[in-house]
Design a protein around this ligand. Structure first.
Ligand code: FAD
Length: 318
């Protein structure tokens, strides 16, 4: 159906737009010009310099792209509302892919990325091969999902692998301003093994938010197995996939008991106005929220969240 397989799925409230953009990458890459100034726009490419590149696991790197001469005050602030991404262009084959700056863009024009390389994947492999000092072109910002203050009592984020990156941006945006939002955030993240978890630079920041604002942010980390022994400096790490009892327990919907499930049939939803954002490998999205519809539209809500009674107004598959 699609020209390219999709490993990590990110389609948001502007889902159709994002999905359509995803489908038409090569065309857009050919037609968008490169502009020789530091302004950012989805309709032209801007040159950045790779200023840091560090291995952060077997297949992942932390990269920093810096836009020389960038002036944040001249950028349209509303375009920088979380969650946004940029399309990075592989200059060798003129193909682009979207990536999410972990903390947006700072005053010095720096964007931090956590990027996973796939064995036969094009753009991430090309990006991993770049060296500090090399130039990389990107266009954006493009909205992945539009955060609106005071709309939700609770945002529950469920991610797998590099699917955590949009949530890092959303949390950074809230907690770098002092965490004064009325919304409470919960993040359930899973990776296959400890060494594939996000690196300390990411987990350290998230743990610090959770420690400083326990009433506003709860972090729950999971690994499928402890097959390797990377020491992970986080308050708690559970072994096992994110399943229905996990979600119920983490959200305090009811104390989990396998016996209770025998007698209680009706799903119990959180009483507060809750939005679930789900981002990760497609099998994970399917299990948590049900599969996408045609052309990566949201599709009906299924999976665990469907069983719990959540509807399409309360769940976004990013
Ligand atoms: C809004 C958005 C934000 C994103 N943010 C991030 C981010 O912050 N970090 C991140 O790491 N990713 C992110 N992604 C995912 C990213 O855009 C790419 O999809 C991902 O890096 C793979 O792209 P690629 O060009 O390397 O691989 P592709 O070439 O697209 O290949 C993807 C997969 O298909 C397999 N494949 C490729 N060719 C073949 C073939 N011929 N036969 C069989 N299998 C094949 C590859 O091995 C790989 O598993 C984001 C996606 C979206 C939509």
């Amino acid at each position: 159906m699609f020209s390219r397989p999709r490993v990590v799925s990110f389609v948001g409230v502007v889902g159709t737009g994002a999905a359509a953009a995803y489908l038409f990458w090569p065309d857009k890459t050919r037609h968008a010009p490169t502009v020789d100034d530091a302004s950012l726009s989805p309709s032209h490419f801007t040159r950045a310099t790779l200023t840091e590149s560090r291995q952060s696991g077997t297949n992942t790197k932390l990269l920093v792209l810096t836009v020389p001469g960038f002036e944040k005050s001249k950028q349209n602030a509303s375009q920088m509302a979380p969650i946004w991404s940029v399309y990075i262009k592989d200059d060798d084959i003129q193909v682009e892919r979207p990536y999410t700056p972990l903390e947006g863009i700072d005053e010095q024009g720096r964007m931090h990325f956590w990027i996973k390389k796939y064995p036969k994947g094009e753009v991430a492999r090309w990006l991993h091969s770049k060296e500090v000092g090399d130039q990389v072109e990107f266009r954006g910002p493009l909205s992945t999902w539009a955060w609106k203050e005071d709309t939700w009592d609770e945002i529950v984020m469920i991610s797998g692998g590099t699917g955590i990156t949009p949530f890092c941006q959303l949390l950074h945006s809230s907690f770098s301003r002092g965490g004064d939002s009325k919304t409470r955030f919960t993040l359930l993240h899973s990776s296959p093994t400890p060494s594939e978890l996000p690196p300390p630079e990411i987990l350290g920041t998230l743990s610090a938010y959770a420690k400083a604002h326990p009433e506003k942010f709860a972090l729950h980390l999971f690994v499928d197995s402890r097959d390797d022994d990377r020491p992970v400096d986080v308050p708690s790490l559970e072994v096992g996939r994110i399943q229905k009892p996990t979600i119920e327990r983490c959200l305090g919907l009811k104390p989990y008991s396998p016996w209770r499930n025998l007698f209680v049939q009706a799903p119990q939803k959180a009483p507060r106005k809750t939005l679930f954002l789900v981002c990760g490998p497609e099998p994970m999205i399917n299990a948590i929220a049900g599969p996408y519809g045609r052309n990566f539209s949201q599709g009906p809500i299924g999976g665990i969240l469907g069983e719990l009674g959540y509807t399409s107004n309360e769940v976004r598959k990013l």
